[in-house]
Design a protein around this ligand. Sequence first.
Ligand code: NAP
Length: 489
Amino acid sequence: MDLAERLNDPALFKTQSYVGGAWIGGDTSFAVDNPANRQKLAEVADVGEAGAKAAVAAASDGFKVWRKTSPFERSRILLKWLDLIQDNTDDLATLITAEMGKPWREAKGEIAYGAAFIEWSAHEAARVHGETLPVPAPGARGWTIRQPVGVVSCITPWNFPAAMITRKAAPALAAGCSLVIKPAPETPLTALTLAELADRAGFPRGVFNLICGDASKLGPIMTGSPEVRMIGFTGSTEVGKLLMRQAADGIKRVALELGGNAPFIVMDDADLDAAAAGVVQAKFRSGGQTCVSPNRIIVQDDVADDFVERLQARISEVKAGDGFAPDSDIGPLIHDEAVERVDALVKQAVSGGARVVVGGQPLADELGGSFYAPTLIEGSGFDSEIARSEIFGPVASVYRAGDEKHILDLANDTPYGLAAYLYTRDIGRVHRMSEGLDYGMIGVNAPMVGSASTPFGGMKESGIGREGGKWGVEEFTELKYVLLSGVNS
Ligand code: NAP
């Protein structure tokens, strides 16, 4: 598939926003670049405050129709959207690689992962139901019903340009909510194509709205408008806190998928090869730019030398390059500031006594874009900046620790609590440690934790709420209780 040809195909490729079933422009626009070569891909319209207000009004109208649409019809339209996404997987993956940088085969994997949430939610739409309840008054009846929350504003990041949208939009639509979605300015092209496919799928006008533009103008309308009843956000903890504060005024519901600082724990009884392979898989996916990326690789002292050696061999094989090149294992970081931030963390670690085992430098001169070398360091302190903050880049940092209790204390010593990984063959340790880790998701001998049927989300400052499975759909419903008095009296 030729990218230039695709970007000139007006049937699929859009640069305007989708509001109330129509494409709308704005007074200004912003550029979207390819981080692998810094070439401009497109100029996307910024719809400004007027566009955001129009989207909220459209979603408010759309909700009136969608909430009354039968769950089976909702399911049918969702499955149509799924089909269209699957039919256009290659084009969507091409857009992801072009605007975000991840390798094309990984981008295809993201489409499959994101599509699975649509499939699951479509089937779950028909299973949203209440219960009958025992009540104290004789002859009375009590029951619960689950109803859609209302208009939902969804704000998404750039690291999964498609999946972070489908993971919210699909369950919300299944529950009967209408949407105003704002993608990240780095990756609007994939999002706009998802909107084009939603249009073709036949959602009633106003049910699905997607707007692009300056967050400082769009954000307050998306969070502050009284018609909006819920804010679904994936992004940094800092912005999540801000949105939660904005939601407080209207007591709006929030679902927040925020940053992480995942420990990857390797115990002395672990299969060290499997653990080293697991680190590479979890760490270098999306170039290390995932919320569940192992941030601190904590290895028991007595196997640490052996483990570092095995990890070194594997990381030396990881190849950075343009995501369209078939032999690239990781693409560029999202922009030059990300490279500078990662490089500063590594330099700081080294000046604090850490040793660079592999990599440890930007590759902009060699590769011509925002690239950073796949890197392994060891010997940072647990109080170092690289241990405390989210690296969000292709840097694996190994720490040594003593017994189980020491490791659990270190692993939990962070405000974050999204994903943790544990490698051990001792079933007692599996139970003790998975119960002791303050994280929403634990991968035991498993480097990939998320799927459409399971709850994805974090504790502490990593967020509130769960995406995926029945929990993902429930998140977008209100539980209502009805009491009918004296039926038999
Ligand atoms: P970010 O800076 O928080 O931005 C995320 C989104 O929020 C973007 O669309 C951004 O738009 C928007 N935004 C920023 N300020 C806003 C405001 N005041 N009002 C409304 N919208 C606003 O995060 P990022 O750098 O794109 O993504 C990386 C972060 O996401 C990492 O911390 C990562 O761990 C987290 N993440 C979490 C999960 C999860 O499931 N827990 C998944 C993926 C990523 P602008 O850029 O235009 O400001």
